[in-house]
Design a protein around this ligand. Structure first.
Ligand code: NAP
Length: 454
């Protein structure tokens, strides 16, 4: 049995029955047959369905937003923005997929040589709860537009969202079995990946899940895209606009209750402005309101579950026990649900959990650097490499640091890292490999086929 529990009050929302092996096997066979037809459909036809999905998302925005907030505690305003973004990614690929996958002619000594992009078949998506709609749509829009069919195994705590997404594709007119959601526990993913019908896997989740999925897929020689954890460093230089930097850094740390892979997690501030930054940061964090995620005036809701909240608290305690200064928050409130307050740890150094591990919640780790070089070294001293940002009034210097010095998949100057359908998204090191979104995302799950005619 798989349960959805409202993290705002710990009450059971619904219990779901796991799919049986027989039913799963039947779905896979049906998806394989659906693929044979779907891959022959025109881009125009696929685009018309994808645009219909976007319309459904917009017309039922409130319903889906409420569902996400209920299942995982996201502030309602952010749930609405997430649904809008899903509609955007559907429209973006509806409009651009054909162009992104046009044949490419290449001059050789043959009479004709070209590259053509062809779908692979049934692609499995293993997805996390933190952006329950967005993670799925950013996978599904390019994958289906390329002519693949998609099977979703969503995180167990957002089964309601998983089924709602399947319904959207069905209501939009996608043929049966082009997109399916399935309710099953993660222990069954290995067998699923090994099934010969599955051609490739996209996983967004934690590093341990990434290692497990990648090793099974590797053993079975199947392509994977891995979007894993992060501990994004935001480097604040001496000449930064401190007020703007603080506001951006707080916003990035608290978005989605701090449970975002690309949330800023380590703030690396040069010595000359360190004390001022810490003071302003704590002041601004104090103004942020925690409470019922359905109430629009709250900035953060609960964490996604009590278990995750308690693990986060343990990381905070271990960090302060090893010398970090706890300046704000850092306690479990006497409230029902999985609440954890905005928390600030200063004087964080390598070797502390707040520096070395991913803290998936509203906890800021502020790190002092001697100078710019030291700050960049500290930023790169991480097993992760998802996003990074630098704050400086000298934008040319910021651009050089972003381009040449920060080791991450996405680097922003003077603003917080966010995903955008037009830009490739993904990480290096233990943050994973492969890219989603843009032209790069749609080319992950295709056979890049070379054709040469004598
Ligand atoms: P998670 O525990 O790894 O779960 C993610 C998904 O993987 C869920 O569907 C989960 O199923 C499944 N899963 C867990 N362990 C597995 C295993 N050993 N084999 C196969 N599947 C497994 O992660 P989460 O707590 O949901 O999400 C938070 C993590 O995702 C953070 O580390 C965050 O940084 C990362 N994330 C990364 C990105 C990105 O784009 N890079 C975006 C969002 C989140 P069950 O729920 O059934 O266990």
């Amino acid at each position: 049995m798989i349960q959805s529990i409202n993290p705002a009050n710990n009450q059971l929302i619904k219990t779901y029955q796991e799919i049986s092996d027989n039913d799963l096997s039947l779905i896979l066979k049906n998806m394989q047959s659906a693929f044979e037809n779907w891959k022959t459909c025109s881009f125009n036809y696929r685009a018309s369905l994808m645009k219909a999905a976007a319309e459904i998302l917009r017309s039922k925005r409130e319903e889906y937003s409420q569902l996400m907030t209920l299942e995982m505690g996201k502030p309602i305003v952010q749930s609405r923005a997430e649904i809008d973004k899903c509609a955007w990614v559907c429209e973006y690929y509806a409009e651009n997929a054909e162009k992104f996958l046009l044949d490419e002619l290449i001059q050789t000594d043959a009479s004709k040589s070209f590259v053509t992009f062809q779908p692979l078949g049934v692609v499995l998506a293993v997805m996390p709860w933190n952006f329950p709609f967005w993670q799925v749509f950013r996978f599904a829009a390019p994958t289906l537009m390329a002519g693949n069919v998609g099977l979703l195994k969503h995180a167990s705590n957002v089964s309601g969202c998983s089924l709602a997404i399947e319904e959207i594709f069905s209501e939009a007119g996608f043929p049966d079995f082009v997109f399916k959601s399935t309710i099953l526990s993660s222990s069954r993913v290995k067998d699923l990946i090994a099934n010969p019908i599955i051609q490739a896997v996209s996983l967004t989740g934690s590093v341990p899940a990434g290692k497990s999925v990648a090793s099974t897929a590797g053993f079975n020689i199947k392509k994977t895209v891995l979007e894993l954890g992060g501990s994004d460093p935001y480097v604040v230089l001496e000449d930064a606009d401190l007020s703007e930097a603080v506001h951006t850094c707080v916003a990035s740390r608290l978005i989605n209750g701090g449970q975002s892979c690309i949330a800023a997690k380590r703030f690396i501030v040069v010595e000359k402005v360190y004390d001022k930054f810490v003071e302003m940061y704590v002041d601004y964090m104090k103004q942020k309101k925690m409470g019922d995620p359905i109430d629009e005036s709250n900035d953060i809701g609960p964490q996604a579950s009590v278990k995750l909240r308690d693990e986060l608290h343990d990381q905070v305690l271990r960090s302060s026990n090893s010398g970090a200064k706890l300046l704000l928050g850092g306690f479990i409130p006497d409230l029902p649900g999985a609440y954890y307050p905005p928390t600030v740890l200063a004087d964080v150094t390598p070797g502390m959990p707040a520096f070395d591990e991913e803290l998936f919640g509203p906890v800021a780790a502020i790190v002092k650097a001697v100078d710019e070089t030291d700050a960049i070294n500290l930023a790169n001293k991480s097993v992760f490499g998802l996003g990074a940002a630098v704050f400086t009034k000298d934008t040319a210097k910021g651009e050089k640091i972003a381009r040449e010095k920060l080791n991450a998949g996405t680097c922003f100057v003077n603003q917080f890292v966010r995903s955008d359908p037009r830009l490739p998204f993904g990480g290096i090191k233990e943050s994973g490999y492969g890219r989603e979104l843009s032209i790069f995302g749609i080319r992950e799950f295709v056979n890049i086929k070379t054709v040469v005619v004598k």
